[in-house]
Design a protein around this ligand. Structure first.
Ligand code: MN
Length: 256
């Protein structure tokens, strides 16, 4: 039997499940907040064109306005200055949109410390238990943060500023420069920790990964429904010419 025939039969029988890793996209979707003197990403907005009425008697449709980095989205290398001469979202090879994924679960650590940072030692321990990271794969960081659905809870401003989990600078450098991974996926509004403005370099996941031509996926959900290894992620951004990223429908294929 062909691989694709086997896959379609497995999808029909339910032995391969499609899991939606995408957050609902609406005007309520939380988004990154930068200091007020900087430009801000746009909240998602729908504008009704017609709804079976005088403006269009038989049809319903909308215009929408959104930031490229609003909601569940894909970061292209040119999003960061370190990757400014690398791929825009239109020229990311489509093979990157279908890739294996491993899931590192740090929900216990984040429950105790919302600013928890993933370090090299966590990646080493994961690989010792589950085997080497897949070539061209995603490292999905399961933190439990997707349970936070309001702007306030997602950004989690404390006396020290935004406080959310992420990755240390050295760990991000290793993923970018030494690992076989194509990128990381997170449950937070961006791939970096809330406090990453103060890291050296600032925003190391963006700086190192995008500078190495790798990618990011932000604001994922349902990572608790994925196995540690063996899932396949389908991440499908819009083909925005010259864009730095795009909202994406991100799915995982999981064997049951
Ligand atoms: Mn982004």
């Amino acid at each position: 039997m062909s691989v694709l025939t086997a896959l379609t039969q497995a999808l029909t029988s339910g032995s391969v499940e499609v899991v939606d890793l995408t957050a609902p996209l609406s005007s309520e979707t939380p988004l990154l907040e930068l200091p007020p003197e900087l430009g801000q990403t746009q909240r998602f907005e729908l504008e009704e064109i017609s709804r079976y009425d005088d403006r269009g008697p038989a049809w319903y449709w909308n215009n929408f306005r959104t930031g490229e980095h609003t909601g569940t989205h894909f970061d292209a290398p040119n999003h960061w200055v370190t990757g400014k001469d690398l791929a825009d979202i239109d020229s990311v090879p489509v093979s990157a949109f279908v890739a294996p994924a491993v899931v590192l679960d740090v929900t216990q650590e984040v429950a105790k410390d919302p600013g928890f940072l993933i370090e090299r030692q966590h990646l080493d321990a994961f690989q010792a238990e589950h085997g080497a990271f897949p070539e061209g794969g995603w490292l999905l960081c399961r933190t439990g943060w997707s349970a936070r659905v309001t702007q306030e809870d997602m950004v989690n401003n404390t006396e020290t500023g935004p406080t959310s989990p992420g990755m240390s600078a050295e760990c991000a450098r290793w993923v970018a420069e030494e690992s076989p991974l194509q990128g990381i996926g997170v449950e937070t509004v961006g791939t970096d920790a809330g406090a990453a403005h103060s890291f050296d370099p600032a925003f190391p996941c963006h700086s190192f990964l995008l500078g190495a031509g790798k990618y990011g996926l932000a604001q994922l959900q349902n990572l608790d429904r994925l196995p540690a290894t063996g899932a396949v992620v389908v991440a499908s951004p819009l083909r925005i010419v010259g864009g730095s990223g795009s909202p994406a429908r991100v799915l995982a294929l999981v064997e049951r």
